[in-house]
Design a protein around this ligand. Structure first.
Ligand SMILES: Nc1ncnc2c1ncn2[C@@H]1O[C@H](COP(=O)(O)OP(=O)(O)OP(=O)(O)O)[C@@H](O)[C@H]1O
Length: 665
């Protein structure tokens, strides 16, 4: 039975974590991605500490200058010179503040950009390693939303929010220390309202977390709806269903908007409440402090220092609302990213590696398979042997399990233990990489990339090589890299893109390729290429929209042949070609033994071919006829026709059709 289960797909926890659990969770991520930037973060932190030192030092200097000026009124020149010296010191601190503040930001923000890049690459490659059952359960729009929006929030978490959290950790103690040094009585007076503001903030954050999670989920739904609508735009138009599609979109959009407005309201309210608690504190300070100045218990300059520090503390607390937004959004996003990164590829453990150096022997032993989430098996007790280089034909009504069989042989689904053997080895436990390197699969509905025909047939081989080389050449970020990388993502991307173009140019993608020419000939693509504006270099549009169904099928077939496969799996690939082309393609597939194999022996690949047309299967060494997942007939074409069963009836019917068409022609 199938090993894949649908139950492991529960979404991440809805309830907010406690502070400690959140810190542990974020630290786990930081250890994986951010530790390599420790030098940058360390210097960023030092710059931040210096920034805060300057922030508290400047009001203190203002107070000292005021005190000096007040004393100068009674004591004369010497005191006013001291005030001038303090004014110079103040200007030096102010200038230093600009520099260290800028440095602290650069040193925190740049690693954030790099981390977003790395998380994006890891996520992408991990998603590619996940198997079909995962994609059946998850919506593409949701994955796109995680890859695009959530990685962005993660960047803000490790950049902006990281900076602000460190800032608060440094600034609040420094401010409190300086306030206490200036006047501890006033400090006690102003701390109470600020503490009340903090308690309110704690409540806000817990509400905020739940809202942010929900908002990201709604955004993912919205993305999925948009993607689905664009993919099905032709269907929507042809059924005149535009209004219904817009209405569906509006529901998701309104859903998202409502929550965004709630989030904005909560945040908009949080800032004034915090500001108000700060102003109450300031009012108390001026009231109590003014009285103490009048009673000669406090200097006027110290009161000014105190007030300025308190205002600075209040603005710090007000900005906390923004920080907490970024932290909440970032941790929720991180949760969603991490959930995908941690997702198990759901592959059975590989105990052997087998490279298909020669055409393999296939054996099915009582193969029974149930799709995840289905009660009934899609295949029941199928047994067959295909010797190296032989062709197995699969015939059957729609829904009889033909594609399922191809999917299992292609290891898109893992076969149950002991049911599929390749060269005598249990396919369930074979490593996927080496196995897939020797096989080619042409699915029923081939997928073409929106690139040139040439690249579609060679399947981005060179592109991948160029990108891998480019990534390998990408420098690690250190302090210097962090400092010098003050450029924007766009510039970074443009340069990397340019480098790729140059490397690609070095590879000379249009160099003569006799194997490609042979494959194009075999797939009967010559006349099509002549009709295309730029032949092989024609860009085929989104999913190959510029090509006919038959052209798409033949491109996919050419892609498979180009790989010189040892195991060839063809799922109804000739359904959209005319009869004359079908004859040529069948001959080409059968004649693969004439091609140079990688071993130079020219052996035909072991082939499994699914078709509804008996003419395609005529030359197969054996044909299995399936019905509702079970095997109902088997034999060669001639034997099956002689048996007078399902296959023979279909053959007769198809012959009549063809005869009729020929007659009409
Ligand atoms: N991902 C899936 N999850 C659950 N059931 C599936 C899945 N894919 C296929 N099935 C079911 O498995 C059975 C066999 O489907 P399969 O696609 O193998 O049939 P087929 O013979 O290739 O049909 P057709 O000729 O129409 O392509 C069908 O009942 C189908 O509903």
């Amino acid at each position: 039975m199938s090993e894949a289960s649908a139950d492991s797909d529960a979404p991440p926890a809805e309830t907010p974590r406690g502070v400690v659990a959140t810190v542990v969770f974020v630290l786990r991520f930081v250890l994986r991605y951010a530790t390599r930037y420790w030098v940058s973060y360390l210097f960023g932190f030092l710059a931040l500490a210096a920034t805060n030192w300057a922030v508290v030092r400047i009001p203190t200097l203002v107070g000292e200058i005021l005190n000096e000026l007040e004393a100068a009124g009674s004591e004369g020149l010497a005191r006013s010179e001291a005030a001038a010296d303090l004014a110079v010191e103040l200007m030096v601190w102010a200038s230093a503040l600009v520099i260290v503040r800028t440095f602290s930001r650069v040193l925190f923000f740049n690693p954030g950009r790099d981390i977003q890049y790395r998380v994006g690459v890891d996520l992408f490659s991990h998603l590619l390693s996940l198997q079909r059952p995962f994609y059946v359960r998850r919506k593409v729009g949701e994955l796109v939303s995680v890859a695009a929006n959530d990685t962005q929030s993660v960047r803000l978490l490790v950049g902006f929010a990281g900076l602000q959290v460190c800032n608060v950790l440094v600034a609040i103690p420094l401010h409190l220390w300086q306030l206490l040094r200036t006047d501890w009585v006033l400090t006690l007076w102003c701390v109470t309202p600020v503490l009340l503001g903090g308690i309110y903030m704690r409540w806000t954050v817990s509400r905020f977390y739940a809202m942010v999670r929900s908002s990201l989920e709604r955004l993912a739904r919205l993305s999925d709806r948009i993607l689905e609508s664009f993919a099905g735009v032709a269907t929507i138009r042809s059924h005149g269903a535009e209004e219904a599609a817009v209405a569906r979109f509006e529901v998701s959009n309104r859903d998202y908007l409502d929550l965004q407005l709630d989030v904005a309201r909560l945040r908009a309210f949080a800032m004034p409440v915090l500001g108000f608690s700060g102003f109450v504190g300031t009012g108390l300070v001026l009231w109590v402090g003014g009285q103490r100045v009048l009673d000669d218990e406090l200097l006027i300059g110290d009161l000014a220092t105190f007030t300025a520090l308190l205002m600075s503390l209040v603005s710090l607390l007000t900005s906390l609302a923004w920080v907490l937004t970024a932290v909440s959004r970032g941790t929720v996003a991180l949760d969603r990213v991490q959930e995908l990164l941690d997702r198990d590829p759901e592959l059975p453990e590989a105990s052997a590696s087998h490279t298909l150096d020669a055409s393999p022997r296939l054996e099915l032993r009582e193969l029974t398979f149930r799709h995840p989430g289905r009660d009934e098996p899609s295949l029941r007790g199928i047994s067959a042997v295909v010797e190296p280089g032989q062709t197995l034909g699969i015939f059957g009504r729609t829904g009889s399990g033909k594609t399922t069989l191809i999917d299992i042989l292609a290891r898109i689904y893992s076969p149950p233990k002991g049911s599929v053997f390749i060269d005598g080895l249990d396919a369930r436990h074979l490593e996927l990489g080496p196995l897939r390197a020797g096989m080619a699969v042409v699915p029923q509905t081939p997928f073409l990339f929106s690139t040139t025909l040439r690249d579609n047939i060679r399947l981005l081989g060179e592109d991948a090589a160029v990108i891998a080389a480019d990534d390998a050449a990408r420098p690690e970020s250190g302090l210097l890299a962090g400092l010098t990388r003050g450029r924007t993502d766009a510039v970074d991307g443009a340069r990397a893109g340019q480098a790729r173009v140059e490397r690609a140019a070095g590879l000379d993608l249009r160099a003569p390729d006799p194997h490609l020419d042979a494959v194009i000939e075999a797939a009967c693509m010559g006349p099509d290429l002549a009709a295309l504006p730029e032949g092989l270099d024609t860009v085929v549009g989104e999913r190959g929209v510029m090509l006919s169904g038959g052209q798409r099928q033949r491109t996919a077939l050419a892609r498979a042949l180009y790989r010189r496969p040892r195991l060839l799996l063809l799922d109804d690939v000739l359904s959209a070609v005319d009869q004359a082309t079908e004859v040529k393609l069948v001959a080409a597939i059968r004649g693969l033994s004439g091609q140079d194999g990688p071993d130079g022996q020219g052996q035909a690949p072991t082939t499994v071919i699914v078709s509804h047309r008996t003419s395609v299967l005529e030359h197969a060494d054996e044909i299995l006829v399936l019905d509702e997942g079970g095997l109902v007939e088997r034999g060669t074409h001639a034997q099956l026709v002689g048996q007078g069963g399902v296959y023979a009836a279909a053959h007769e019917h198809q012959n009549e059709d063809q005869g009729g068409e020929a007659g009409r022609g």
